[in-house]
Design a protein around this ligand. Structure first.
Ligand SMILES: *Cc1c(COP(=O)(O)O)cnc(C)c1O
Length: 334
């Protein structure tokens, strides 16, 4: 059974729950990337989502499933930035108290957005894992309800609503490239797409530095990784050893995994800005990077690259826009 843990019907239910809070984002053909790859390439522009990333879908799906008693206790989340922003946005909307724990490496633009949503922000720890330990302590002490960024059936079903939109807008899709960290996004999308057509190929893309899920899939069990600074800060962090859902779902559904370098990510961000006039953060641009640098063997179109987020620090974006023109030309050679 394809939907052995999370059923397609759960994704439709999630869509009903979150409909009024989450946008349906556009699917846009990238003329220039289609030309360069000789396939039709579309961008699922989730960088335009409310709060700037798809994380809103999963967070809304989970928080709206909580009981009144759970909501009154307050919620807590650990985040590399975008999940915290999504959780704090929904919480402020519903009048729920939210505490967000992040490491010291989460970019300032993401912290500012979380603060603006009125959440209590705890910036402690050098890595995602350390922030997580701190969150567990606070959660116990204050009896808060944990909103996991990926390893939760309601969250995964919420992310799956993005897959429904892809298959509705482009039923003939053959290949989908999805930025992958904990694997909640690709799992949800895979359940939606493979329920419609199991031959649709799902490719997880992540950065070379600290590719937790890719290394775990290769090893056949969850492995620990060292977290390093990367342009794809939204993909940073390991997979906790007590993972219940996403590792198994990825084992089952991810057809291929691809790694991209920091220079390739920068090049992809610049490409999206210049050619498609989209602001995409490093994590959201890894699919473009994989296509631009010909990382997918036997690519078959139509292709969809999920641009999972747009929350990039303006200073970083401007630096990339100014620096990587010549680099890109050399890499692509066209
Ligand atoms: C969280 C995040 C991802 C990865 O999602 P997972 O469900 O952890 O695989 C990808 N892109 C962006 C922008 C994110 O914030």
């Amino acid at each position: 059974m394809l939907d052995f843990i999370i059923k397609l019907s759960a994704i439709f239910k999630a869509r009903q729950r979150i409909n009024s809070l989450v946008w349906r984002t556009p699917l846009i053909e990238s003329y220039e990337l289609s030309k360069r790859t000789d396939e039709q390439v579309y961008f699922k522009a989730e960088c335009l989502q409310v709060t700037g990333s798809f994380k809103l879908r999963g967070a809304a799906s989970k928080i709206l499933s909580l009981t009144g008693e759970e909501r009154s206790r307050g919620i807590i989340a650990v985040s590399s930035g975008n999940h915290g922003r999504a959780v704090s946005y929904i919480a402020s909307h519903l009048g729920i108290e939210a505490t967000i724990c992040v490491s010291k490496h989460v970019p300032e633009n993401k912290l500012a957005a979380i603060r603006r949503n009125g959440a209590q922000l705890v910036v402690e720890g050098q890595t995602y894992e350390e922030a997580e330990e701190i969150a567990v302590g606070i959660q116990r002490e204050r009896g808060l309800v944990r909103i996991d960024p990926f390893d939760d059936p309601y969250v995964i079903a919420g992310q799956g609503t993005l897959g429904l939109e892809i298959i509705e807008d482009l039923p003939e899709v053959r290949t989908v490239l999805v930025p992958m960290s904990g694997g909640g996004l690709i799992s949800g999308i895979a359940i939606a797409l493979k329920s419609a057509d199991p031959s649709i190929r799902l490719i997880g893309v992540t950065m070379e530095k600290g590719a937790a899920m890719v290394e775990s899939l290769r090893a056949g069990h969850i492995v620990e990784i060292t977290e390093e600074p990367t342009l794809a800060d939204g993909l940073a962090g390991g997979i906790p050893p007590d993972n219940r859902y996403t590792f198994r779902l990825c084992q089952r559904y991810v057809d291929d995994a691809v790694l991209v370098s920091e220079a390739e990510i920068a090049r992809a961000m610049r490409f999206a800005l210049e050619e498609d006039h989209l602001v995409v953060e490093g994590s959201g641009a890894v699919g473009i990077a994989a296509l631009l640098h010909d990382k997918v063997a036997k690519l078959k179109g139509p292709v969809v690259a999920v641009l999972s987020g747009g929350n990039v620090d303006l200073g970083v974006l401007l630096e990339i826009a100014n620096q990587h023109g010549a680099l890109g030309q050399r890499h692509v050679g066209s």
